[in-house]
Write a protein that binds this ligand. Structure first.
Ligand code: URA
Length: 314
């Protein structure tokens, strides 16, 4: 079974995107789904660039290729400040459009007060190696979640991975087992990875924005995110992935310091600390929302394209 077929089977998608033919037989564009209809990209992963070109044309007919939106550098820029960090050098053969969007209001509070203990804490975390970071997460009491957690959930996978996947926070199963995405959503995530030719622990590192479970799976509080973010930032710096795939609205808005709806964050290549970021839906959401499953496939094709371009430029 092809990867595409595998992916579609996993997601339970009944209809497919097809390339419409012009009168002369030229492919015109990917057919858009009707309202409520589910559609898929009619291209195997190996043909993702072609599908992406068509998708990019759909998303922004006037733009030549994939666009990059820059997330504000978190430490330097207070919320509301314009983006400052440099974008990755676009590959020569297919220029990327860089959209230096101004920073949006954020779910995450602005950085700590200069000279505060939090500044020292963040500076300390920013120099940690893997064992020190793991120990710091395991012993963290920086927010109230430490009182209700069973285990911290550090993250799992290949620490030199080219791919990094970032979810929101541990749920009940993850809290029990100390590993991210081990419940139903995790099974779907594993299948999505398989469709990309990846596997948990093989060229992928999986982490969450929060390392502790919010009780009752409530939404994380801004202060909890602010306390935990230095851990994730350090994980990303240590892994140095070629591409980050952010899973779900919360993780996307936290990482990108944005309040833009996930539907608008998708389809654009953002950056975090100079690393390309692709946003897609959370697997738990995909489990219950058939109509957005095909879009997740588009997102993974985009991430694959970004990854492959990064490889070419490396
Ligand atoms: N949802 C997440 O975002 N992360 C997990 O680890 C599990 C469920």
């Amino acid at each position: 079974m092809s990867r595409r077929a595998q992916f579609l089977e996993v997601l339970g998608i009944p209809a497919e995107w097809v390339l419409r033919q012009r009168a002369g037989g030229e492919p015109q564009a990917l057919a858009l789904p009707e309202a409520g209809e589910v559609a898929t990209v009619d291209a195997p992963l190996s043909a993702a660039p072609a599908a992406l070109a068509a998708l990019a044309a759909l998303a922004a007919p006037a733009a030549p290729a994939v666009s990059i939106a820059e997330a504000p550098p978190v430490a330097e820029a207070p919320v509301g400040a314009p983006a400052q960090a440099a974008a990755p050098t676009p590959p020569a053969e297919a220029p990327l459009t860089i959209d230096r969007a101004p920073a949006m209001p954020s779910l995450v509070p602005a950085g700590p007060e200069p000279g505060s203990a939090q500044v020292d804490r963040e500076a300390d975390i920013a120099t940690m190696d893997w064992p020190a970071l793991e120990a710091a997460v395991a012993g963290c009491t920086a927010c109230g979640l430490c009182q209700t957690r069973t285990n911290t959930v550090f993250g799992v996978g290949d620490r030199q991975a080219e791919w990094m996947l970032i979810g929101e926070a541990p749920g009940e199963n993850e809290d029990q087992q100390g590993e991210p995405f081990v419940g139903q959503a995790g099974k779907l995530l594993d299948n999505m990875l398989g469709a990309l030719g990846l596997a948990r622990g093989r060229n992928v590192f999986i982490a969450n924005v929060l390392k502790c479970r919010p009780p009752g799976n409530r939404n994380p509080e801004p202060d909890e995110v602010a306390q935990c973010e230095p851990f994730l930032r350090r994980q990303i710096a240590l892994v140095k992935p070629k591409v980050i795939v952010v899973l779900g609205r919360f993780a996307a808005q936290s990482l990108l310091r944005s309040t833009t709806p996930i539907g608008k964050l998708r389809g654009t290549v953002h950056t975090y600390e100079g690393i390309p970021v692709v946003v897609t839906y959370h697997p738990a959401y995909l489990l219950r929302t058939l109509t957005d499953k095909a879009r997740a496939w588009e997102d993974l094709c985009l991430a694959r394209e970004v990854h492959d371009r990064a490889g070419a430029g490396a």
